[in-house]
Design a protein around this ligand. Structure first.
Ligand code: NDP
Length: 302
């Protein structure tokens, strides 16, 4: 039988203060101040946790101290890093607590992580997020959650960084929806980049072309926001790594393959983003993938 859930999550720990985790944990700290609880923060590079404590009034702690919290929220690059951290703290977790993983993880990892945590009396939900660093800062992220209803409802009021929270199914469903969402982002971004490269080769002014596309059926978030704000300006601000988007497309492709499905467009796009991550740089912003299209076509998208 499962250990009963802790009814009051008064101590919350956030693991991984990267581009997303840092502002997300800030919202948890603000909520703790209102409710009289505590938000503990841990980061592999401790200076970031100390900076968080100074900015948001959280408490910078060691990983072992964070492990004792009633609610643990993690946001790391991939499920592999979550596995590493989970292995390191398994013996120190509090029975009755819940681990919410906001990493854009792999659906295959989720049931394994759930079962491993269950041996320590801890529940697991996968809860990746969407909306980028802007929504992380404003506390309006879309959270897609996989796990049993009772656990999802127990943690819902505590995820103060959420603007919208949808339970999308059982364990792993959150990771699955996130991977497919980002595969669609990858497809849209790449397709728009190719389209604009063709127009550039034909001497069309790209700002004018986008004005038309964005009032027409070819538009998407990439043509409306990402390309005008990040590519045409040549700014490529590094808020979401190209390597992370390649990883997400690869997860969607894995999902197609394990179910013996056919997803040839996602397969192509995964290969293209992997190539872009190598050629352009995995740490560059995801929109910098279009620099590979520029190289392939000898045009600049500006
Ligand atoms: P970042 O690269 O900015 O941050 C990664 C974090 O993980 C850092 O805190 C880093 O610590 C930590 N980390 C890396 N490797 C390890 C390890 N081996 N052990 C422990 N900690 C580690 O990533 P993001 O915040 O951008 O992304 C986090 C997750 O959120 C990813 O799954 C991503 O796909 C997803 N995501 C990102 C979005 C975005 O716009 N950036 C939007 C939606 C989802 P350290 O400081 O020591 O390097």
């Amino acid at each position: 039988m499962d250990t009963p859930l802790t009814s009051r999550f008064s101590t919350v720990a956030f693991l991984g203060l990267g581009a997303m985790g840092f502002p997300m944990a800030g919202h948890l700290a603000a909520r703790s101040r209102e409710t009289g609880g505590r938000t503990l923060v841990w980061n592999r590079t401790p200076g970031r946790a100390e900076a968080h404590a100074a900015e948001f009034g959280s408490v910078a702690v060691t990983l072992q101290e964070a492990a004792g919290a009633d609610l643990i929220v993690s946001c790391l690059p991939t499920s592999a890093e979550v596995d590493e951290v989970l292995d390191a703290v398994l013996g120190q977790l509090t029975p009755g607590s819940v681990w919410v993983d906001c990493t854009s993880g792999h659906p295959d990892a989720a049931p394994r992580q759930r079962d491993q945590l269950r041996t320590a009396g801890v529940r697991f939900v996968d809860a990746p997020v969407s909306g980028g660093t802007a929504a992380a800062k404003s506390g309006t992220l879309t959270v897609m959650v996989g796990g049993p209803q009772v656990e999802v409802e127990a943690v819902r009021p505590h995820l103060a960084f959420a603007g919208k929270l949808v339970r999308v199914g059982d364990t792993g469903a959150g990771f699955a929806v996130k991977a497919v969402n980002n595969a669609l982002l990858a497809v849209n971004l790449w397709a728009a980049g190719e389209g604009l490269a063709i127009l550039g080769l034909h001497g069309v002014q790209l700002g004018a072309a986008l004005e038309v596309i964005n009032a027409s059926s070819g538009r998407s978030n990439t043509t409306e926001n990402l390309i005008p704000q990040r590519v045409l300006t040549r700014e490529f601000p590094a808020t979401f790594g190209l390597g992370l988007l390649a990883k997400d497309a690869g997860i969607a492709l894995d999902m197609a393959e394990t179910a013996r499905g056919s997803a040839p467009v996602i397969a192509q796009v995964t290969a293209l983003y992997r190539a872009a991550a190598r050629v352009i740089g995995a740490q560059e912003d995801h929109t910098a993938a279009l620099k590979l299209i520029e190289q392939m076509n000898g045009v600049e998208l500006k």
